[in-house]
Design a protein around this ligand. Structure first.
Ligand code: PLP
Length: 471
């Protein structure tokens, strides 16, 4: 068998890491040094490093180099849980409101410095302000058309074209974020008392909507790597028919899992044979850590059964309050519901955002942001490994903003929420992610902010406090 030169270097570096020559957290020699040491081209060295990075043996820190990961030291992936076998109404804990009031706890230590504002966001604000200045006429102060700005719908359709999905501006309706889009999708597909299949763990914002709409849910286990368990879904819906399945195929929250293409195909086929709608939450679709684009489920469905929901909240700015919905067969009903719930979306924001995307700023911003998130993820995983060792398990997110952590079964993460709050530390307890009180000993930790000394200390305090709980 032919061994390429990059494979020889890859094997050499792997051996050096596994033998402890390079320790966890240690920086590898620079690309230039490796080229000189091994008489290889830059492309060959980069190829070897990227292969090791794909295996999570090393990680890149922009402008700094490659470091040895700590997160591979033991098999640390959380267990898939046993979910309740029957549908039931949702009961969201009161804690939810407190968490949401604290920016949904995406920052473990909010008083610490945030990442500096991206230059692209400054450009975005300038473009929105310019749109407001350039169109000060009467129309600019009246309602926009309910579907939303045509240029923006076209720009969103183009973003999906780059993800192998054919949509036209007519297929899309602009919403007030993804939360709004999900609400419209649930209202369009279900009546009170109907059953919806959801991922377990699930996004707590959706759980709140399901409760509000008087829907019953059946939880379907999610693998921390590959997402929704289609076998379990198939078994459960044979007994308990559902109207919709709410799923996040690309970078499920809180695990960061991604459904393999074959599982996505099975899900679409199941929706067609079992007559239910798929509500696809694609809010993290642009935030994958691999170079290849991640097509949404929508790209696989010819029958209009997938209702695609997304927004710019996670990949650009939460404050825009701009999302979208492509409702397939139910688009007309969904547009009517958008009119009832929001009338219209703000014009200057839509126009400025359209220009921002058209001029290529969005793509550049996302490329940079993904790199930043990827290295923040590695830093967080290495820190979890260092602080928790064998006592904790955590997911290895393939995209998105968060990681799912499992502690020993006797620990109740919610119990410490208030005491940690008093120290300025925001914990997101696992119980928030289940309609039926599962995940008492889990928590979500986000890597959306840099792991500063303050956040590192907060994470240590948090884990020390939780792990000290007696059995
Ligand atoms: C999975 C998921 N869907 C939807 C939303 C709501 O997003 P938006 O801010 O666009 O309303 C969030 C926000 O945290 C989320 O994590």
């Amino acid at each position: 068998m032919t061994t390429f030169r990059y494979q020889a270097l890859e094997a050499h570096l792997r051996q050096q890491i596994e033998s402890g020559r390079y320790q966890a957290g240690e920086k590898l020699p620079s690309v230039r040094t490796l080229c000189q040491l091994h008489s290889l081209s830059k492309a060959t060295v980069t190829h070897a490093l990227q292969s090791l990075e794909a295996e999570r043996l090393i990680y890149a820190v922009p402008k700094s180099g490659y470091f040895v990961s700590e997160s591979r030291m033991h098999d640390s992936t959380p267990q898939k849980v046993t979910t309740p076998s029957m549908p039931a109404p949702v009961n969201v804990p009161a804690l939810f409101r407190d968490i949401m009031a604290r920016s949904a706890a995406f920052d473990i230590f909010p008083s610490d410095a945030s990442a500096p504002a991206s230059a692209h966001l400054v450009t975005l604000n300038r473009m929105i302000a310019k749109a407001a200045r350039t169109h000060p006429d009467k129309k600019a102060h009246y309602y926009d058309e309910p579907k939303g700005h045509q240029g923006l719908r076209q720009a969103v359709a183009e973003l999906y074209r780059q993800r192998e999905t054919t949509l036209s501006s007519e297929d899309l309706c602009i919403t007030a974020g993804c939360q709004h889009a999900l609400f419209l999708a649930l209202m369009a597909t279900c009546q009170p008392g109907d059953t919806v299949a959801i991922e377990s763990p699930a996004f707590y914002g959706a759980l709140q909507q399901l409760e509000q709409l008087g829907l019953r849910v059946i939880e379907i286990a999610c693998d921390p790597d590959t997402g929704l368990d289609i076998d379990e879904l198939e078994q459960k819906i044979a007994q308990w028919p559902i109207k919709a399945c709410l799923v996040t195929p690309n970078f499920h929250t809180p695990t960061g899992a991604q459904m393999p293409a074959a599982a996505m195909q099975r899900l679409v086929a199941l929706a067609e044979t079992q007559d239910f709608y798929i509500i696809e939450d694609d809010i993290y679709g642009e935030l994958g850590f691999q170079k290849a684009p991640c097509p949404p489920l929508k790209s696989l469905c010819q029958q209009g059964r997938v209702i695609l929901c997304g927004s710019f909240s996670k990949c650009l700015s939460r404050d825009l309050r701009i999302g979208w919905i492509a409702g397939g067969k139910l688009q007309g009903k969904i547009e009517q519901l958008k009119l009832i719930t929001q009338l219209a979306s703000p014009q200057a924001v839509q126009q400025g955002l359209t220009e921002f995307i058209r001029q290529g700023h969005f793509k550049r911003h996302v490329q940079q942001f993904r790199q930043q998130l990827k290295s923040q993820r590695e830093q967080l995983l290495a820190e979890l490994e260092r602080l928790g060792g064998e006592r904790i398990k955590f997911s290895h997110p393939k995209g998105g903003l968060s990681c799912w952590v499992e502690l020993p079964a006797h620990i109740n993460t919610q119990r410490h929420y208030q005491a940690l709050r008093e120290q300025g530390i925001v914990l997101t307890p696992g119980v928030l992610f289940s309609a039926h009180g599962l995940y008492q000993h889990h928590l979500r930790v986000s890597f959306s902010q840099p792991l500063t000394a303050g956040r590192q200390a907060a994470l240590q305090t948090l884990l020390d406090t939780l792990l000290a709980q007696p059995a």
